[in-house]
Write a protein that binds this ligand. Structure first.
Ligand code: GRF
Length: 220
């Protein structure tokens, strides 16, 4: 079985990258991580990739005069490594329309909210401020508009009365680490098809794109 050659773009701690590396350590997993690129030399995720024996590159955005030339460098590295899928995992740069267009339906992102609610920064704090009872995370195909695009997998968690942004973020992150490898696996298995704004998952009767974490048991 040919495994889907996957590149991951990071800017920080890279815990989602770690979840993908852990999944891909299983030879039966249908994707392999072939390249990790960070726009920051101090990103902790780089050490995670190196520990897993994955090629890394640091492409600092500050070294480029324009967004387009930075994106062109990203593109060149990804293509040279033979990437067929690109995962954004805490990558804190807005990508140009040209870059996004070059990777249509092969570029995915994880966002810590149940999209289309709470796009943009501090999504968990936005969810708390809105008073929602269910929060979560989304893996979606990337479109030029920020945090928009066909949804592949979502994970839902309860919001508890005592939550602050940190505790809610931690609960959501735990589910992120489940749904990102799930989404990449479904794509690697060739089961994901984009139809307009929606994603269809073949064989979704046995396994869907929804991961639900039950609220803790309450006693009266
Ligand atoms: C995650 O919350 C992800 O949803 C968001 O950025 C964070 C990255 O965390 N896009 P990590 O670097 O994977 O630990």
């Amino acid at each position: 079985m040919a495994r889907l050659k996957t590149g991951v773009l990071i800017s920080g701690s890279g815990t989602n990258l770690q979840a993908l590396l852990d999944a891909a350590a299983d030879p039966a997993y249908p994707a392999e991580i072939v390249l990790v690129i960070s726009n920051r030399a101090d990103a902790k995720g780089l050490a995670r990739a190196e520990a897993a024996g994955v090629e890394t590159a640091v492409i600092e955005h500050g070294g480029f005069a324009h967004r387009a030339s930075f994106d062109a460098a990203l593109d060149e590295h990804l293509r040279r490594a033979g990437c067929e899928l690109v995962c954004l995992a805490g990558f804190m740069r807005i990508l140009t329309e040209g870059f996004v267009a070059g990777w249509t339906d092969r570029l995915i992102n994880i966002h810590p909210s149940l999209l289309p609610s709470f796009r943009g920064l501090e999504a968990q704090a936005q969810a708390l401020a809105a008073g929602v009872r269910i929060a979560g995370c989304t893996v979606h195909f990337v479109r030029p508009e920020t945090d928009a695009g066909p949804i592949i997998v979502q994970g839902a968690v309860p919001v508890l009365d005592g939550d602050d942004a940190d505790s809610l973020s931690r609960r959501i992150l735990g589910v992120e680490h489940r749904i990102y490898p799930l989404a990449v696996r479904l794509i690697g298995e060739g089961r994901v098809r984009v139809e307009g704004e929606r994603v269809r998952i073949r064989g979704a009767n046995s396994e869907s794109g929804a991961v639900l974490i039950s609220p803790p048991e309450t006693t009266s």
